[in-house]
Design a protein. Sequence first.
Length: 109
Amino acid sequence: MGVVDSAGDLVGRVGLPVLHLDEGLAEVGYWVLPEGRGRGVAGRALTAMTDWLFALGLHRVELMHSVRNEPSCRVAAKNGFELEGVRRSALLHPDGWHDMHLHARLAPA
């Protein structure tokens, strides 16, 4: 799903690389173009997606990001996604294998 700023310009994307309705689990992913960063668009998109998933009845939403991506870690934490650990050498990026932080948020009780 495209993420737009207040002017309607596309500045990023939020998506569901993993969705297991029967297990109550999803993984979300997001990215923001340089011109959209620092304006809270990733956080708003993440919150909207997570709220929608919990409204569907999911129990757990996960996200991963490279341990080198501190801004993404801040977005996850600000949106209630607790850091659960590190998946070592879990994703191949153009510059090589990256360790990935695993964050998760549980449905409100």
